[in-house]
Design a protein around this ligand. Sequence first.
Ligand code: HEM
Length: 185
Amino acid sequence: MYGLVNKAIEDMVCDRFGGDTWETIKEQAEVDINTFLCLEAYPDDLTHRLVHAASLVLGLSPSEILQAFGEYWVLYTAQKGYGQLMDMAGNAFLEFIQNLNNLHARAGLNFPHLKPPSFHCTHIQENSLCLHYHSTREGFTPMVEGMVKGLGNRFQTEVEITLRSDRKEGADHDEFSINFKPSRK
Ligand code: HEM
Protein backbone atom coordinates (compact mmCIF):
# COMPACT_ATOMS: atom_id res chain seq x y z
CA MET A 1 0.00 0.00 0.00
CA TYR A 2 1.04 3.57 -0.43
CA GLY A 3 3.45 4.86 2.21
CA LEU A 4 0.83 7.34 3.43
CA VAL A 5 -0.89 4.41 5.17
CA ASN A 6 2.30 3.19 6.91
CA LYS A 7 3.23 6.76 7.80
CA ALA A 8 -0.20 7.21 9.39
CA ILE A 9 0.32 4.04 11.47
CA GLU A 10 3.69 5.43 12.56
CA ASP A 11 2.18 8.81 13.49
CA MET A 12 -0.68 7.20 15.42
CA VAL A 13 1.73 5.06 17.47
CA CYS A 14 4.14 7.96 18.05
CA ASP A 15 1.29 10.36 19.06
CA ARG A 16 -0.16 7.87 21.53
CA PHE A 17 2.79 5.82 22.79
CA GLY A 18 5.93 7.73 21.81
CA GLY A 19 8.83 7.25 19.41
CA ASP A 20 10.61 4.55 21.45
CA THR A 21 7.57 2.28 21.24
CA TRP A 22 7.48 2.82 17.48
CA GLU A 23 11.15 1.80 17.20
CA THR A 24 10.41 -1.39 19.18
CA ILE A 25 7.46 -2.17 16.88
CA LYS A 26 9.57 -1.66 13.74
CA GLU A 27 12.31 -3.88 15.15
CA GLN A 28 9.81 -6.59 16.02
CA ALA A 29 8.30 -6.31 12.52
CA GLU A 30 11.79 -6.45 10.97
CA VAL A 31 11.08 -3.24 9.12
CA ASP A 32 14.23 -1.27 8.54
CA ILE A 33 12.81 1.93 7.02
CA ASN A 34 13.36 5.29 8.68
CA THR A 35 11.03 7.42 6.59
CA PHE A 36 7.99 6.17 4.71
CA LEU A 37 7.50 8.07 1.47
CA CYS A 38 3.79 8.89 1.24
CA LEU A 39 3.64 8.58 -2.54
CA GLU A 40 5.61 5.36 -2.84
CA ALA A 41 3.93 1.93 -2.91
CA TYR A 42 5.16 -0.61 -0.32
CA PRO A 43 4.28 -4.32 -0.12
CA ASP A 44 1.03 -5.03 1.77
CA ASP A 45 2.96 -7.58 3.81
CA LEU A 46 4.93 -4.75 5.42
CA THR A 47 1.71 -3.12 6.67
CA HIS A 48 0.50 -6.48 8.03
CA ARG A 49 3.84 -7.02 9.80
CA LEU A 50 3.61 -3.59 11.43
CA VAL A 51 0.06 -4.26 12.64
CA HIS A 52 1.05 -7.69 13.97
CA ALA A 53 4.12 -6.30 15.78
CA ALA A 54 2.09 -3.39 17.20
CA SER A 55 -0.39 -5.91 18.54
CA LEU A 56 2.38 -7.86 20.33
CA VAL A 57 4.12 -4.77 21.71
CA LEU A 58 0.96 -2.92 22.82
CA GLY A 59 -0.95 -5.98 24.05
CA LEU A 60 -3.95 -5.29 21.81
CA SER A 61 -5.44 -7.59 19.17
CA PRO A 62 -4.62 -6.90 15.49
CA SER A 63 -8.31 -6.17 15.04
CA GLU A 64 -8.23 -3.51 17.80
CA ILE A 65 -5.14 -1.92 16.22
CA LEU A 66 -6.81 -1.80 12.78
CA GLN A 67 -10.04 -0.37 14.20
CA ALA A 68 -8.17 2.35 16.07
CA PHE A 69 -6.18 3.05 12.94
CA GLY A 70 -9.34 3.35 10.84
CA GLU A 71 -10.74 5.99 13.22
CA TYR A 72 -7.42 7.82 13.20
CA TRP A 73 -7.23 7.76 9.37
CA VAL A 74 -10.38 9.90 9.03
CA LEU A 75 -8.81 12.67 11.12
CA TYR A 76 -5.35 12.14 9.66
CA THR A 77 -6.23 12.46 5.97
CA ALA A 78 -8.33 15.55 6.71
CA GLN A 79 -5.29 17.16 8.38
CA LYS A 80 -2.54 15.97 6.04
CA GLY A 81 -3.51 17.63 2.80
CA TYR A 82 -6.60 15.64 1.86
CA GLY A 83 -9.16 17.82 3.65
CA GLN A 84 -10.65 19.03 0.40
CA LEU A 85 -11.06 15.47 -0.86
CA MET A 86 -12.89 14.62 2.36
CA ASP A 87 -15.06 17.74 2.10
CA MET A 88 -16.02 16.89 -1.48
CA ALA A 89 -17.33 13.48 -0.43
CA GLY A 90 -20.23 14.95 1.51
CA ASN A 91 -21.59 16.95 4.42
CA ALA A 92 -23.37 14.15 6.23
CA PHE A 93 -22.70 10.54 7.14
CA LEU A 94 -25.13 8.92 4.69
CA GLU A 95 -24.03 11.06 1.76
CA PHE A 96 -20.36 10.44 2.52
CA ILE A 97 -20.69 6.69 2.88
CA GLN A 98 -22.27 6.54 -0.59
CA ASN A 99 -19.37 8.50 -2.05
CA LEU A 100 -16.42 6.33 -0.99
CA ASN A 101 -15.77 5.14 -4.54
CA ASN A 102 -15.79 8.72 -5.87
CA LEU A 103 -13.44 9.73 -3.07
CA HIS A 104 -10.95 7.00 -4.03
CA ALA A 105 -11.33 7.77 -7.73
CA ARG A 106 -10.29 11.35 -6.94
CA ALA A 107 -7.52 10.12 -4.63
CA GLY A 108 -6.26 8.10 -7.62
CA LEU A 109 -5.19 11.38 -9.22
CA ASN A 110 -2.59 11.73 -6.43
CA PHE A 111 -1.84 8.00 -6.21
CA PRO A 112 -1.64 6.69 -9.78
CA HIS A 113 -1.06 3.04 -8.76
CA LEU A 114 -3.90 3.04 -6.23
CA LYS A 115 -5.69 -0.28 -5.89
CA PRO A 116 -8.71 1.15 -4.09
CA PRO A 117 -11.33 -0.83 -2.24
CA SER A 118 -14.82 -0.74 -3.71
CA PHE A 119 -17.97 -0.08 -1.72
CA HIS A 120 -21.67 -0.10 -2.43
CA CYS A 121 -24.70 0.52 -0.29
CA THR A 122 -28.00 -1.36 -0.26
CA HIS A 123 -31.14 -1.32 1.94
CA ILE A 124 -30.75 2.42 2.44
CA GLN A 125 -33.25 3.76 5.01
CA GLU A 126 -33.39 6.99 6.98
CA ASN A 127 -31.16 5.60 9.76
CA SER A 128 -29.67 2.39 8.44
CA LEU A 129 -28.02 0.74 5.47
CA CYS A 130 -25.92 -2.23 4.36
CA LEU A 131 -22.37 -1.43 3.31
CA HIS A 132 -20.67 -3.90 0.98
CA TYR A 133 -16.85 -3.86 0.94
CA HIS A 134 -14.88 -5.45 -1.89
CA SER A 135 -11.10 -5.49 -1.91
CA THR A 136 -8.17 -7.10 -3.67
CA ARG A 137 -6.54 -7.23 -0.22
CA GLU A 138 -7.17 -9.40 2.80
CA GLY A 139 -7.22 -8.56 6.46
CA PHE A 140 -8.41 -4.94 6.49
CA THR A 141 -12.03 -5.54 7.52
CA PRO A 142 -11.62 -4.11 11.06
CA MET A 143 -10.06 -1.00 9.52
CA VAL A 144 -13.33 -0.38 7.64
CA GLU A 145 -15.24 -0.63 10.93
CA GLY A 146 -12.91 1.96 12.45
CA MET A 147 -13.20 4.24 9.44
CA VAL A 148 -16.98 4.13 9.54
CA LYS A 149 -16.90 5.03 13.25
CA GLY A 150 -14.43 7.81 12.42
CA LEU A 151 -16.93 9.14 9.89
CA GLY A 152 -19.59 9.01 12.60
CA ASN A 153 -17.34 11.25 14.75
CA ARG A 154 -16.72 13.56 11.81
CA PHE A 155 -20.45 14.10 11.35
CA GLN A 156 -21.54 13.97 15.02
CA THR A 157 -23.46 10.85 14.19
CA GLU A 158 -23.88 7.86 16.48
CA VAL A 159 -22.91 4.77 14.54
CA GLU A 160 -23.40 1.08 15.25
CA ILE A 161 -21.70 -1.26 12.78
CA THR A 162 -22.00 -5.05 12.61
CA LEU A 163 -20.24 -7.45 10.26
CA ARG A 164 -23.04 -9.57 8.75
CA SER A 165 -21.18 -11.47 6.08
CA ASP A 166 -17.46 -12.17 6.32
CA ARG A 167 -14.96 -12.99 3.57
CA LYS A 168 -12.95 -14.91 6.19
CA GLU A 169 -15.93 -17.23 6.56
CA GLY A 170 -16.16 -17.86 2.81
CA ALA A 171 -18.42 -15.00 1.66
CA ASP A 172 -17.23 -13.35 -1.55
CA HIS A 173 -17.14 -9.95 0.13
CA ASP A 174 -17.74 -8.35 3.52
CA GLU A 175 -21.12 -6.90 4.32
CA PHE A 176 -21.82 -4.60 7.27
CA SER A 177 -25.12 -3.49 8.63
CA ILE A 178 -24.97 0.06 9.92
CA ASN A 179 -27.42 1.95 12.13
CA PHE A 180 -26.79 5.64 12.47
CA LYS A 181 -28.39 8.61 14.18
CA PRO A 182 -27.20 12.18 13.65
CA SER A 183 -27.02 13.97 16.98
CA ARG A 184 -27.66 17.32 15.32
CA LYS A 185 -29.49 18.45 12.19
C1 HEM B 1 -9.17 11.79 1.78
C2 HEM B 1 -9.36 10.62 2.36
C3 HEM B 1 -8.76 9.32 1.85
C4 HEM B 1 -7.65 9.10 1.09
C5 HEM B 1 -6.64 10.12 0.53
C6 HEM B 1 -7.56 7.65 0.89
C7 HEM B 1 -6.56 7.02 0.21
C8 HEM B 1 -6.26 5.68 0.31
C9 HEM B 1 -5.01 5.06 -0.05
C10 HEM B 1 -3.79 5.81 -0.61
C11 HEM B 1 -5.11 3.75 0.22
C12 HEM B 1 -4.03 2.67 -0.04
C13 HEM B 1 -4.42 1.86 -1.25
C14 HEM B 1 -3.25 1.49 -2.14
O1 HEM B 1 -2.09 1.81 -1.82
O2 HEM B 1 -3.47 0.87 -3.21
C15 HEM B 1 -6.43 3.53 0.77
C16 HEM B 1 -6.90 2.30 1.18
C17 HEM B 1 -8.11 2.11 1.78
N1 HEM B 1 -9.09 3.04 1.98
FE1 HEM B 1 -8.96 5.01 1.57
N2 HEM B 1 -8.61 7.04 1.51
C18 HEM B 1 -9.36 8.01 2.12
C19 HEM B 1 -10.50 7.83 2.88
C20 HEM B 1 -11.07 6.62 3.13
C21 HEM B 1 -12.28 6.44 3.89
C22 HEM B 1 -13.10 7.56 4.55
C23 HEM B 1 -12.54 5.12 3.92
C24 HEM B 1 -13.75 4.56 4.63
C25 HEM B 1 -14.23 3.38 4.55
C26 HEM B 1 -11.47 4.43 3.18
C27 HEM B 1 -11.31 3.05 3.01
C28 HEM B 1 -10.14 2.45 2.62
C29 HEM B 1 -9.83 1.03 2.83
C30 HEM B 1 -10.72 -0.01 3.49
C31 HEM B 1 -8.56 0.81 2.31
C32 HEM B 1 -7.76 -0.51 2.39
C33 HEM B 1 -7.42 -1.07 1.08
C34 HEM B 1 -8.17 -2.22 0.52
O3 HEM B 1 -9.15 -2.76 1.08
O4 HEM B 1 -7.75 -2.62 -0.57
N3 HEM B 1 -10.62 5.38 2.71
N4 HEM B 1 -7.12 4.71 0.80
